[in-house]
Design a binder for this molecule. Structure first.
Ligand code: R5P
Length: 335
């Protein structure tokens, strides 16, 4: 079967390098398209490859500038649908607007649902996303969603480091399940921080449930945005006697001020994936390390195209010791 003929993978402007790496993984050429602007600022997408009857994927993270990347993705989907693609999958390594997923006060929107509706209306037949902040976001879509996680890439990295006396710490109660998967995978035990968020930028790491004295701490989160969550959590575990602090998070959103905060915080290493481009972050802050999600996304695209299981890729995370006989390539240590 000739993937290069049947499968088309296109890139929006958010992650050209990641998309190129996905195409390299799949041994196919990057779909040819041009994204331009009219003089008044409106965007236009022109697809140069023949897509009629093809299985098409568009890779676009809705990271900063969020609205521009979102609109570009919607235009791309519309363009492919009108060009008679057989199936169009929106590959969204980082799904912006995911955190506004409920009305927790009066007169506020639920933007995660709004964006889900927009994607389907624009022409997406399927969604392929990574760590959507909350599993239940999948239910916001009436089209199939394949939900990947960066956790296995990060957990394998920390496993290879063989950190002694490891304690996995959930920096807030929302991360307990994530942290317990890491702890299970790494054979470490777990502590939990009770976080209070006072505003979008200000959080207080109020209580630590568990002990970290003389332990090396690994904190895991899905997103680092302002950095407040992991920085305040790091200060708390340090004040409670932790020897060192490592942070693993799938999405390095790094809102303004985050890099300075991470640089100053008592954190030894911050590891993220390339679901969002991080060139500026790694240039500014030496303790930030970036692992690629390209093999994971490439393998998922191949499996979707071939109608093979996607969930089996993550079996190791939940069923350590009962791993599939064949190691499925999703990251550096499995290649
Ligand atoms: C919270 O629910 C999330 O899991 C993250 O902890 C949060 O979004 C991180 O945001 P920040 O870096 O701004 O504290």
């Amino acid at each position: 079967m000739d993937l290069d003929d049947e499968l088309r993978v296109f890139s929006g402007n958010s992650n050209p390098e990641l998309t190129k790496a996905i195409c390299d993984y799949l041994h196919i050429h990057l779909g040819r398209a041009r994204i331009g602007r009219f003089p008044d600022g409106e965007k236009i997408v022109r697809v140069d490859d023949d897509v009629r009857g093809r299985d098409c994927f568009v890779v676009q993270s809705t990271c900063r500038p969020v609205d521009e990347h979102l609109m570009e993705l919607l235009i791309f989907l519309d363009c492919l649908r009108r060009a008679s693609a057989r199936r169009v999958t929106a590959v969204i390594p980082y799904f912006g607007y995911a955190r506004q997923d409920r009305k927790d006060e009066g007169r506020v929107p639920i933007t995660a649902k709004l964006v889900a509706n927009l994607l389907a209306t624009a022409g997406a037949d399927r969604i392929l996303a990574v760590d959507l902040h909350a599993q239940q976001l999948q239910g916001f879509f009436d089209i199939p969603v394949d939900h990947l996680t960066g956790e296995l890439i990060l957990a394998r990295y920390f496993e290879a480091k063989r950190i002694p006396d490891l304690k996995v710490v959930a920096p807030d109660v929302g991360n307990i399940k994530t942290a317990s998967r890491y702890a299970n995978f790494l054979g470490a035990d777990l502590a939990i921080i009770h976080k209070k968020r006072l505003s979008g930028k200000v959080v207080v790491a109020a209580d630590l449930i568990g002990h970290v004295r003389d332990r090396n701490v690994l904190m895991c989160d899905d997103i680092i945005s302002t950095g407040s969550t992991v920085c305040t959590a790091a200060e708390l575990v340090k004040s409670e006697g932790a020897r060192s602090v490592y942070v693993g998070a799938t999405h390095g959103v790094f809102a303004p001020g985050a890099l300075e905060a991470l640089d100053k915080a008592p954190i030894d290493e911050v590891v993220v994936t390339d679901t969002i481009p991080t060139q500026e972050a790694t240039r500014q802050v030496k303790k930030i390390k970036v692992l690629s999600a390209a093999a994971m996304l490439g393998e998922a695209i191949r499996r979707i195209h071939m109608n093979e299981s996607v969930s089996i890729m993550f079996q190791q995370l939940t069923e350590r010791g009962k791993a599939p006989k064949k190691t499925i390539p999703i990251g550096p240590s499995s290649i």
